[in-house]
Write a protein that binds this ligand. Structure first.
Ligand SMILES: [Zn+2]
Length: 441
């Protein structure tokens, strides 16, 4: 009876919340208050896929959901923002019968990396994808090693891990386990021999702390590594990007499955690869996955096309407090190699909490923007002066830089410059502040 009423209350609150346009984790919070271990009483489907890691969670969950739905599976997933224990409880309970039976065939969960150990106290995923571990939200998360420890505590004994073999930190999760599916990427034309980013989180072996050696790196600490001291090394991969042509947007998995990219970025390649590995566990044929994910355009709004005055613009959603996310946007702009203006906005550092912590600006490889194709760089938002200070430590000529704290005034001025192409790089927290002032296509 207690289960019945808890689910009823959660479903009613969830329904009413969506009716007034306020989806939130409140129904889950109330349900867990009324019945703390209710999730252990729910009959979940045979396949529960969890996705965690620093970057790529939302995109990977969306693509897995898309492919499984195309194959006729009844898939229920959560959205970014409801990826902590309360939000996940709300999604599960509001999709249950009052008797506690989950209504979908597959549950796909984006899981906050720090909250996963709370989320999986009362139920377990059958498959657990870990995408990568980077410096991310220092204020909340601390260092990647801390996040590693938090994720490790959340991994149930009997689930199948789906791991990025190219990340030396994540690769430690396999110790003493057999049920691991590995994915990774072979050396490509864009791979490099040495670390070229501002800092090196892969300099030392995460197991024994000796200096790590690399055969190649795709970016930052992601690549083929080995430790002479303890033997920690990149694991052979079952799902492998054997070739990747980012200029033309074509990748090949396991030498036989070609996928065309709607977004030509190395980070998108990894998300697709994680999705490919996860959907293979759902016994979807590889050729079907490749066909269904080719040219797929993410709905989660990571790339938005706009116009400002006479200029065509591309808005690249990045993550504040996450330098690799910024590096990925900067590399995408440079790969296009066309004359352009670049707008960088740091107004609110976080959506979740109040912080003025901007040390992460010093981790971003802004030096890359010292390129002929970059006509001008506009630094916008409350932290425009911090950005200006950071850029003063690059070799970018000062005349190419303009700092403008007020976004509205800045947008009007940029419109008058008539760049043939603009790129805007900022976070979810500042997305609407810019897009509300331009014409979104
Ligand atoms: Zn070692």
């Amino acid at each position: 009876m207690r289960k019945f009423f808890t689910i009823l209350i959660c479903r009613l609150m969830y329904f009413l919340g969506h009716l007034i346009g306020h989806g939130s984790s409140l129904p889950g919070q109330v349900a867990l208050k009324l019945y703390p271990n209710i999730l252990s009483k729910v009959r979940l489907p045979q396949m529960v896929i969890a996705v965690t890691g620093s970057n790529g969670k939302t995109s990977t969950v969306e693509m897995i959901t898309h492919i499984l739905q195309k194959q006729g599976r009844n898939v229920i997933s959560n959205k970014e923002g409801s990826n902590m224990d309360w939000g996940i409880a709300a999604v599960i309970l509001s999709n249950c019968t009052l008797g506690g039976r989950f209504k979908g065939d597959v549950l796909v969960l984006e899981t906050d990396e720090r909250y996963a150990k709370l989320t999986f106290r009362h139920f377990s995923p059958t498959h657990y994808v870990v995408t990568n571990l980077y410096r991310d939200q220092l204020t909340r998360n601390g260092h990647p090693e801390w996040v590693y420890d938090a994720i490790r505590e959340s991994i149930p004994e009997d689930c199948t891990l789906i791991l990025n073999a190219d990340d030396p930190l994540i690769s430690q999760f396999d110790r003493d386990r057999r049920n691991v599916v590995w994915f990774g990427m072979d050396r490509q034309s864009f791979s490099v021999d040495k670390n070229v980013s501002v800092y090196d989180d892969g300099a030392f072996c995460p197991v024994c702390k000796s200096r790590m050696r690399y055969t190649y790196r795709h970016y930052n600490h992601i690549g083929e590594y080995f430790c002479d001291s303890c033997g920690h090394r990149k694991h052979p991969t079952e799902f492998t990007v054997t070739s990747a042509d980012l200029q033309n947007g074509i990748i090949t998995i396991n030498n036989s499955h070609n996928i065309t990219l709607s977004f030509k970025s190395i980070y998108n390649v990894y998300n697709i690869l994680a999705c490919f590995a996860a959907c293979s566990q759902a016994v979807i044929p590889p050729e079907t996955i490749a066909a269904d994910i080719s040219d797929y355009v993410l709905k989660s709004g990571r790339v938005v096309e706009y116009t400002l005055g006479e200029s065509a613009g591309t808005f690249l959603v990045s993550k504040h407090e996450n330098s690799i996310s910024y590096d990925q946007s900067i590399r995408y702009i440079l790969d296009r190699n066309e004359p352009c203006g670049v707008i960088i906005i740091v107004d609110s550092v976080s959506r979740r909490y109040s912080t003025g912590e901007i040390s992460w600006l010093w981790d971003i490889d802004f030096e890359l923007l010292n390129a002929d194709c970059i006509e001008h760089i506009y630094l916008l938002g409350a932290h425009a002066a911090d950005l200006e200070t950071r850029f003063s430590y690059t070799a970018i000529p000062p005349e190419k830089l303009t700092a403008m704290p007020v976004i509205e005034t800045a947008v009007n001025e940029i419109a008058s410059k008539n760049h043939s192409r603009l790129y805007t790089v900022t976070c979810f927290s500042d997305k609407a502040k810019f897009l509300s002032k331009v014409t979104v296509k």
